[in-house]
Design a protein around this ligand. Sequence first.
Ligand SMILES: C[S@@+](CC[C@H](N)C(=O)[O-])C[C@H]1O[C@@H](n2cnc3c(N)ncnc32)[C@H](O)[C@@H]1O
Length: 202
Amino acid sequence: MSDRIRRLASYVRPHSVLYDLCCDHGYIGLTAWDQKPLAGLVFVDQSPNALRAVHEALKERQLTEDPRVQVITGLAENLQINGDSPCDFVMAGVGIRTIVTIIRELFPSGPGPHRLIICPEKNSLELRSFLQTQKLGVVAEDVVMEAERFREIIVLEEKGGPIHLLGEGYVGREDPHVQNFVKSLRAWHAAVTKKREARSAP
Ligand SMILES: C[S@@+](CC[C@H](N)C(=O)[O-])C[C@H]1O[C@@H](n2cnc3c(N)ncnc32)[C@H](O)[C@@H]1O
């Protein structure tokens, strides 16, 4: 199991209902289920093909008939969330646009008691700009390496701290990969800004 998956699962709150959105193989949900007690586990993916592996894994664990566990085939943004009990929503391994669509559709007036655990496929700068416009704050953020690429994890709740754009939240982190991530993010941002300024110059 990758460090990214283990780390994502570690941010799931014990006793919450976990929605593993865009779950594919379902490893994140299954890892969280193995790590801690959960009130429920819901796998969601648009692809019935992808969900076959989840059904197999549930069979192996004798969870097929467990009323706490559910598998939903469909778009995550069309999900109906019932009740006010705290749920954790993982959105990982998908693009920024998908994450923005899901957040807009599922949490139009903020997350309430829920937690969002996000790990976009690529650079999160655009996503963070969007998140700043929502009723959301950061409760944790982290960078992990997977297949030699930086993967950012952003954990959000209604009452979290400020959402920073250029790695300000990583100040004080000494892990070399986190420092390298911040360096590369700032270098990329400087290059993009320079290009934009050159384009708008008379
Ligand atoms: C690369 S996999 C990510 C798997 C896992 N979440 C991870 O991070 O390892 C992307 C999955 O997202 C699913 N997906 C993409 N957009 C979706 C949407 N709007 N609703 C539900 N599933 C979606 C795809 O079918 C695919 O199985």
